[in-house]
Design a protein around this ligand. Structure first.
Ligand SMILES: [Fe+2]
Length: 344
């Protein structure tokens, strides 16, 4: 075998080796692609298998053609054909290498995206936990403030938690079937229930001899007692001024100021009537009165649930908004359950 034949054979064999190597590389690239993107795509898997088969046919066909061509070709043409085949094989190998590199880069970036999203999820969980803890702290702080006023009044403090539950029950019932349902958003109800314990917070500003008096008020004392609504609203307004956003305190101010207003305009402090009384205060009024009726006071025994219902029915359109009385009678059994479960 002369040097010329040896050189041509070298190019053909090397080219064939590179082609085989390229096919193997192509297969591993496809495996990477399948693992990464298209593991579940049967259609794409079939297309890749078809592509591989056609590549193998092309490869063996090309080799066969090359040998047949070289057998009858002129000197020089043989060398050019072998070189074209050799460089063709190298380009195929380079193309495969580039594709594999691209896929590896994508895979790396995918891995880093996954790790970033895991870190973000953990961060989100932490924020949610902190938010929950802040909300619980807020609730406890509200109750502590409310208890302070209640304990001075000689109450056990359960009045504020029961009254808050009653407001939630009425509000949810009103939301189901009422002209005000669009106003009663979920957030409104949450804010209402959160605010309700604060309705008598203004009592902290009422002198002990009036607040703790075991007997009926004389008119002057009652006038002082009435001021607890305005004091309470002022206390909450002061707190609200510190905030730069709208909070539940807006509702807290409304119901604290107006929870003793009556539907017929005979209440206090402003003598508001009908729907000029904020909805939150109209709901609070019924919740507050029901709890007062069901609780023992120095001047009366605790009324039964039935008697309390009867009094509320009689006050429909006088003390209470008729629509709220309707809502109350739809859920009065829940009121009775809470009054028994959380009795003083
Ligand atoms: Fe009050």
């Amino acid at each position: 075998m002369d040097f010329y034949t040896l050189m041509i054979s070298f190019f053909i064999l090397s080219g064939a080796g590179i082609m085989i190597y390229s096919i193997r590389q192509f297969r591993s690239t496809i495996q990477l692609l399948q693992a990464f993107y298209i593991r579940k795509s049967k259609k794409l898997s079939r297309m890749i298998t078809l592509h591989l088969t056609m590549m193998a046919f092309f490869f063996f066909g090309y080799i066969g053609f090359l040998f047949f061509f070289l057998a009858g070709a002129d000197t020089g043409i043989e060398l050019i054909t072998a070189l074209v085949f050799f460089w063709g094989a190298i380009f195929v190998a380079m193309g495969n290498g580039i594709h594999k590199g691209m896929l590896s880069t994508i895979q790396e970036s995918y891995k880093s995206t996954v790790s970033i999203s895991i870190a973000l999820k953990e961060e989100q969980e932490k924020l949610l936990t902190i938010n929950r803890q802040l909300l619980q702290t807020e609730d406890v702080t509200i109750l502590a403030l409310a208890y302070q006023a209640e304990l001075r009044d000689g109450e056990t403090g359960r009045h504020v938690t029961r009254a808050a539950e009653y407001t939630g029950i009425i509000a949810r019932q009103l939301k189901k079937d009422s002209t005000q349902s669009s106003y009663l958003t979920d957030q409104y109800i949450v804010d209402l229930v959160k605010s309700a314990p604060l309705h008598d917070i203004g009592k902290v500003a009422i002198p002990d001899q009036i607040l703790q008096k075991k007997g009926p008020f004389i008119p002057q004392e009652f006038e002082i007692m009435k001021q607890h609504c305005q004091y309470g609203a002022d206390i909450i307004c002061k707190a609200q001024e510190k905030l730069k956003f709208r909070s539940f305190l807006t509702i807290a101010v409304q119901l604290t100021l107006s929870h003793h207003e009556k539907w017929d305009g005979s209440g206090y402090p402003a003598g508001l009537a009908g729907k000029s009384i904020p909805l939150s205060a109209r709901i609070m009024a019924l919740a507050d009165v029901y709890d007062a009726l069901r609780t023992k006071r120095y001047y009366k025994e605790a009324f039964s649930h039935e008697t309390s219902c009867q009094i509320i029915r009689e006050e429909r359109g006088r003390h209470f908004d008729p629509e709220i009385v309707e809502a109350f009678f739809a859920v009065e059994k829940e009121f009775e359950r809470i009054s028994l479960e959380q009795a003083d």
